[in-house]
Design a protein around this ligand. Structure first.
Ligand SMILES: [Zn+2]
Length: 286
């Protein structure tokens, strides 16, 4: 355990010497007061910096989720990836079940969610979750406001690749570690069948194409392909380095493709695609 902490400290100490921005206490207190006023009476509301948490499960359960999922994920993501807290204080709403999720997204936000799990709303500066579906989506969604604060130019493929990598995760050697998950079988099926995009094409997708490219025959593989590219980088010990080099060189390499080639040390990306495909086909889930 001591070694794990040490590894974390060494990694942090080697980061560039720009000050880590921490959440402004006055902004946190103001958002806490606003969420307390907005939340129905049976909700538990408290600050879990840099967030404010509100939930309608029993208070002890909300606090335990906050500590075990939110506090843990924030600390681990900051340890390896993100130096700056989100620029505004985000409220994390943990609705206890589907009925509560549907009722409160309508009553509090006038939203009609397109996903049963939960989502990040920039408009409401909120992570809005149906927590009955598990904590995985919560960790995924926590990545997005941190990415926005630390890497605003991040293309959708890497934003969603990293977010979805950690929707199934554990702690390994003191660091956050993504695991194979439910997105694997469909990707393997695609790899055995019609194939997927080249990494040059995947990384070159615009935000509009990534989220709205239903007409692309590989649309359903965008998220899993991005996730399992991040997983491959993680398993080769290259994910943190890729993130840091990509953020440092984003003006020259906005898609990340050149950085990917450099970090992988691959000159022949067709050969790499085959290598990655074989690696992915050998993974198991469940
Ligand atoms: Zn996402």
């Amino acid at each position: 355990m001591k070694t794990a902490v040490l590894i974390g400290c060494v990694a942090l100490a080697s980061l560039p010497a720009q000050a880590a921005a921490t959440t402004n206490q006055a902004a946190l207190a103001a958002r806490l007061a606003a969420v307390q006023q907005m939340a129905p009476a049976d909700f538990t509301v408290f600050a879990e910096p840099p967030f404010v948490v509100a939930g309608d499960e029993p208070a002890a359960v909300v606090r335990q989720r906050s500590r075990q999922t939110i506090r843990w994920a924030v600390d681990k993501l900051k340890q390896d990836f993100f130096q700056r807290d989100p620029g505004e204080v985000i409220a994390v709403w943990l609705f206890k079940d589907e009925a509560s999720y549907k009722k409160h997204t309508a009553a509090l936000f006038r939203d009609k969610p397109t996903t049963p799990f939960g989502y990040y709303s920039e408009t409401h500066a909120a992570l809005i979750m149906n927590i009955a579906t598990g904590g995985g989506t919560l960790v995924h969604e926590i990545v997005h406001p941190f990415m926005r604060a630390n890497f605003p130019q991040c293309p959708a493929w890497f934003n969603e690749g990293l977010g979805s990598l950690f929707e199934q995760c554990c702690e390994r050697n003191g660091h956050i570690h993504g695991l194979p998950n439910w997105r694997l079988p469909a990707l393997q099926k695609a790899l055995r069948g019609g194939g997927v995009l080249s990494f040059q094409k995947l990384t070159g997708l615009s935000t509009e194409e990534f989220y709205g490219g239903e007409s692309n025959p590989h649309y359903n593989q965008f998220y899993p392909q991005a996730r399992y590219l991040c997983y491959y980088l993680q398993e080769r010990g290259l994910l943190v380095r890729f993130y840091r080099e990509f953020t440092a060189h984003t003006a020259k390499d906005p898609t990340g493709y050149a950085t990917l080639q450099r970090v992988l040390g691959e000159s022949d990306m067709d050969a790499f695609q085959k290598k990655w495909s074989d690696f992915t086909l050998n993974l198991k889930f469940p």
